[in-house]
Design a protein around this ligand. Structure first.
Ligand SMILES: Cc1cc2nc3c(=O)[nH]c(=O)nc-3n(C[C@H](O)[C@H](O)[C@H](O)COP(=O)(O)OP(=O)(O)OC[C@H]3O[C@@H](n4cnc5c(N)ncnc54)[C@H](O)[C@@H]3O)c2cc1C
Length: 402
């Protein structure tokens, strides 16, 4: 049975992250949004207290209730989503390694996605391509085994990659047997300093501007056989089964990673929504029009009531999904439900907050317009809202709805 009362450890972590978000992240948020650069000094501060680091992430992965990670992420993104993403971006690479690698590969590569407080390192998870975002089964990036040298040779271009090109460890999903579509893919670690990997264009974005997003170009990138996550024997067996049966029954490596991280992405959106709601609630009590606080008008008070309801509903879906991910797994697309709901709620709540702030809400002097810009990415990355609906529709119907 799910029990959503947080234990002592979780309450402490919640307070600890909130404190950092309040004192370090929030005061830096406007500056890094304007600069549109990766906020290394802030990430280093997070590394100093152990918030940016592989031990923290692996501890949250090990939490049997599954709630520690979404609780921490909500507080982080309450502080700021751009900086929050800079701190959480490496976790996608770590999740890719953790989900597909052997225990030895996890121990070797996950710490290198983080480095330490003296030398912060980054990880990037590279799946999307210019012609394959939602449709991850159509990847064009190819990995070919060079038997003579016991190496893999990777060629292709990845698009919209968080930490792309500036990361130390890139986890790249590539087609090994393109005819098998998603079942013929594998994940590879590209170690720091590998020749042939370079950054393409850096994207200028609408929101989460402190998070670095860029193309990654892979030009005859050679990695040792040991960089194939899971190892060759496992891959060969999987490919053989897929060829025999037409499908292997196993998840595509990219999809398995994204499914596991969906409640966390929902928690990011939730943090932004809560920030905007709290700000709008206080503002509505202070701001006077027609001789009374604007909250004394039902038109404003009911907006705030609905915002509170939707935020709580999102959190419950996220916590349920996070709990199920550790305790029996999803049966009706619960991971997608949580990400879908929280993302749409964050966009709606931040827009309502702007409306409550009136003209001030539209200016960059107030954080609400930034929260609105930051919220929007959540309906797009890690599976768009339409793709989440597709996953849910297939799960509840048992049909291959297109
Ligand atoms: C800031 C940012 C950071 C990102 N970080 C990463 C990262 O670190 N790693 C990574 O691999 N990728 C990353 N991405 C890529 C992101 O995951 C993709 O942009 C996303 O999956 C959507 O793919 P697309 O842009 O190709 O859109 P498309 O797939 O072209 O979709 C366009 C529209 O069509 C809709 N659509 C597509 N197919 C269907 C369908 N079957 N049914 C209904 N509607 C459909 C979509 O919902 C969407 O509205 C990032 C993107 C951004 C913007």
């Amino acid at each position: 049975m799910a029990d959503f009362s947080l234990n002592e450890d979780q309450i402490q972590i919640q307070k600890w992250v909130h404190d950092f978000a309040d004192k370090v992240i929030r005061p830096a948020a406007h500056e890094w949004d304007e600069r549109e650069e990766f906020p290394y000094p802030v990430v280093q501060e997070a590394a100093k207290i152990g918030l940016y680091g592989w031990e923290f992430l692996m501890n949250t992965f090990a939490d049997p209730s599954g709630l520690t990670l979404p609780v921490a992420i909500e507080e982080l993104f309450w502080g700021d989503a751009g900086i929050g993403m800079a701190i959480m971006g490496s976790a996608l690479a770590a999740a890719g390694i953790n989900g597909n690698g052997t225990p030895e590969q996890v121990m070797e590569w996950v710490p290198q996605c983080y480095g330490d407080a003296d030398k912060v390192q980054l990880g990037a998870f590279c799946v999307s391509e210019p012609d394959a975002g939602s449709d991850v089964s159509s990847l064009r990036t190819r990995a070919v085994y060079d038997e003579a040298n016991d190496e893999w040779v990777i060629n292709g271009t990845k698009a919209w990659i968080t930490n792309g090109g500036i990361a130390d460890v890139h986890v790249v999903v590539a087609a090994v047997d393109p005819e098998l579509k998603g079942r013929g893919q594998a994940s590879f670690v590209v170690p720091p300093g590998t020749k042939g990997l370079s950054q393409g264009q850096k994207y200028l974005k609408h929101g989460i501007r402190a998070s670095h997003t860029a193309e990654v170009v892979l030009d005859d990138v050679r990695v040792p056989a040991s960089c194939l996550l899971g190892g060759k024997e496992k891959l060969d067996a999987k490919l053989a089964r897929a060829r025999e049966r037409g499908h292997s029954g196993e998840k595509q490596p990219a999809m398995a990673t994204f499914e596991a991280t969906r409640p966390s992405v929902g928690a990011q959106a939730l943090g932004i929504a809560r920030a905007a709601y709290e700000y709008a609630l206080e503002y509505a009590k202070e701001r006077h029009a027609f001789g009374r606080p604007i909250i004394m008008n039902q038109a404003i008070a009911f907006k705030l009531a609905n915002m509170a309801v939707e935020i709580d509903a999102s959190r419950l879906l996220i916590w349920r999904a996070a709990w199920l991910a550790r305790n029996g797994g999803f049966t009706s697309g619960e991971g997608s439900m949580s990400k879908y709901k929280a993302s749409e709620v964050a966009v709606w709540v931040t827009e309502e907050a702007m409306q409550i702030l009136g003209g001030y809400g539209y200016t960059r002097e107030y954080p609400v317009e930034r929260w609105h810009r930051d919220a929007k990415i959540h309906t797009i990355f890690e599976g768009t809202s339409e793709i989440q609906q597709l996953v849910i529709a297939r799960a509840i119907s048992g049909l291959r709805i297109e």
